[in-house]
Design a protein around this ligand. Sequence first.
Ligand SMILES: [Zn+2]
Length: 163
Amino acid sequence: MDADRAAWEQRSVVRVVPPVEPRKLAKVPFVELADGRLQGVVSSGSDIERVYVSSITAGTHALSCSTNNNRPCGALHGYACKHIHQLADEAVLQYGLDRVSRYLGVEVPEGQSLMSAIKGPVERTPAAVVFSRFLRHLAYLEVPDSTEPLAELHWFPATRAVR
Ligand SMILES: [Zn+2]
């Protein structure tokens, strides 16, 4: 029995093909170059009901990150939190490094990442404006022709979960 199992395990080890990387949920469902900022919405890694609104201001490179309820991101002090890094990565994917760096007014040395060249102060920007644009963006994506009322907020419950 044990010998059989060992043989089976050996065979299976030999035959296993590395799986294709599983599809991830959108970490950054919304990114835009608007209002003089690179800004967008980043999913929380740990809480599916929470999203972060992150931004980098053009020119000053000021960094901002807070939840959709306007609570400051605890990971942003002095240097960019992972949400801002994810936002920057997604912006470079969608718009290309040239366009993003030109918009922000930053020189990115050859072979370096966008964020390696961003060294701005922390500045709290209200999340509400960006977040409402995100909800409108969702609405346009999901129900372009509907005449029904848009129940966008069911994505993000307004009441905090009871713990
Ligand atoms: Zn953050």
